[in-house]
Design a protein around this ligand. Structure first.
Ligand SMILES: NC(=O)c1ccc[n+]([C@@H]2O[C@H](COP(=O)([O-])OP(=O)(O)OC[C@H]3O[C@@H](n4cnc5c(N)ncnc54)[C@H](O)[C@@H]3O)[C@@H](O)[C@H]2O)c1
Length: 409
């Protein structure tokens, strides 16, 4: 899917064939084995990956995912999308991604810590503040980043907070990082509503995913008085045409509850598939890839899709949505708030000087809204989708960097 997207955009922007060839390949991909002594005395060996798609514009940057579906191809695609995202935002960073093929819900805390520490030790030569800076993604969080930073620091013999972002604030994390992707989505949705002359306040929103991204955007919208009429997690979703009580649902989630166990007579239980086709104004897929595809694109019933997840819409679905005049704000723009504040965290660590939340929000809003406006303008000028326009900006910047640096040797 990531490669097909490059082909589509390359054709539109008459990209030099050599640059296209270059950008379709990842720079390096590391596969590691992670042997773990389990609590019951048995040994399990997990497989992990760290991929650098491009470090042309700066150190690699991208999250680490713990999930049973992780595989090398997925990580390569995710690393590629990180390159576009960082280039689109004009951050001095490349694109990377990592993951371990594991179901972390089946591990004890001790096993999870061992897995994280051994994985970090195995990839230690390809990460570092000047090389590649991991961050949280699906099923990883600030605690996991703290363990990663500790392993790296122990190896170096000094504290190196800048090796990962999304750390706890007490050890060099940034205020506002935890909710940054949700906050960024909010700024983008607000900017979109302004451009399209829609009222954000009276919009009805559906969200797939109730983790970091889905949960935070749900909370922020709810706090702004916007109705979230459906939301789901891996167990399924809840629907209420008058709007869900997101505050209560977040409490339920934080106490370990799944949405399919939530008891409320006013809410209807729905599957993840049905949730995507509910009639609404804005649909936010914020869980996993390939959710909007050829099988359901004709049935999507909203004015705009704002991609919280990475890669939730397939290229085939994109074409159908375009014909149906449904606006799609692409992942590399919509969910870029996370990497943007990760970049702020990285800068703060280097300078050992920490910003206040107001500054984080102001700088985040500036970057995202300016980028959104550039993408929107280009899409109108070139009569292309927002995704193609965003890719054109990102790939142009990379192509220029490749031209300037030349190809070694
Ligand atoms: N965390 C970030 O800062 C960040 C930044 C940019 C993009 N993203 C992307 O956003 C997406 C979600 O990441 P996250 O950090 O919120 O992860 P998370 O682990 O915090 O939450 C994932 C959510 O999706 C649900 N889910 C998992 N599998 C599902 C399935 N098969 N069907 C439906 N729901 C399912 C989970 O129950 C959970 O509610 C991913 O695509 C990730 O790459 C995350």
């Amino acid at each position: 899917m990531a490669k097909r997207q490059i082909d589509i955009v390359a054709e539109k922007m008459h990209l030099n064939e050599n640059i296209k060839k270059y950008l379709k390949k990842v720079e390096r991909a590391l596969i590691v084995s992670i042997p773990i002594m389990m609590d019951d005395g048995s040994l399990k060996v997990f497989e992990g990956y760290r991929v650098h798609h491009s470090t042309i514009r700066g150190p690699g940057k991208g999250g680490i995912r713990f999930s049973p579906n992780v595989n090398l191809d997925e990580v390569k695609a995710l690393a590629t999308w990180m390159t576009w995202k960082n280039s689109l935002l004009n951050l001095p960073l490349g694109g990377a991604k990592g993951g371990v093929c594991v179901d972390p819900t089946k591990l004890s805390r001790k096993e999870l810590e061992k897995l994280t520490r051994r994985y970090t030790a195995e990839i230690i030569n390809v990460i570092g503040p000047d090389i590649d800076i991991p961050a949280p993604d699906i099923n990883t969080n600030s605690q996991i980043m703290a363990w990663m930073m500790d392993v790296y620091s122990m190896q170096k013999g000094r504290s190196v907070p800048g090796v990962v972002t999304g750390k706890p604030i007490e050890i060099g994390g940034s205020v506002g990082r935890e909710s940054a992707t949700g906050m960024g989505l909010f700024y983008i949705i607000d900017a979109l509503c302004k451009k399209e002359n829609w009222s954000l306040k009276s919009s009805r929103v559906v969200i797939q995913g109730f983790g970091n991204v889905g949960g935070n955007i749900a909370r922020i919208l709810y706090e702004h008085g916007v109705k979230v009429i459906a939301i789901s997690d891996v167990s399924g979703g809840l629907y209420c045409k008058d709007g869900l009580d997101i505050e209560n649902l977040l409490q339920w989630r934080d106490n370990g509850g799944f949405l399919n166990e939530y008891d409320n007579n006013n809410y209807e239980f729905i599957s993840n598939e049905d949730l995507l086709t509910i009639q609404c104004d804005i649909l936010i897929p914020a869980a996993i890839e390939n959710q909007i595809n050829i099988s359901n694109a004709e049935d999507i019933d909203c004015k705009a899709i704002v991609e919280g997840a990475n890669g939730p819409t397939t290229p085939e679905a994109d074409q159908i949505l375009r014909k149906r005049k449904i606006i799609v704000v692409p992942d590399i723009l919509a969910n870029a708030g996370g990497v943007c504040v990760s970049y702020f965290e990285y800068i703060q660590d280097i300078h050992s000087y920490f910003w206040k939340l107001d500054r984080i929000h102001q700088e985040l809003k500036n970057i995202l809204v300016n980028t959104f406006n550039d993408v929107y303008l280009l899409s109108k000028k070139e009569k292309v989708t927002l995704r193609i326009a965003a890719y054109m900006i990102a790939i142009n910047r990379l192509a220029r960097a490749i031209e300037l640096r030349g190809i070694f040797p």
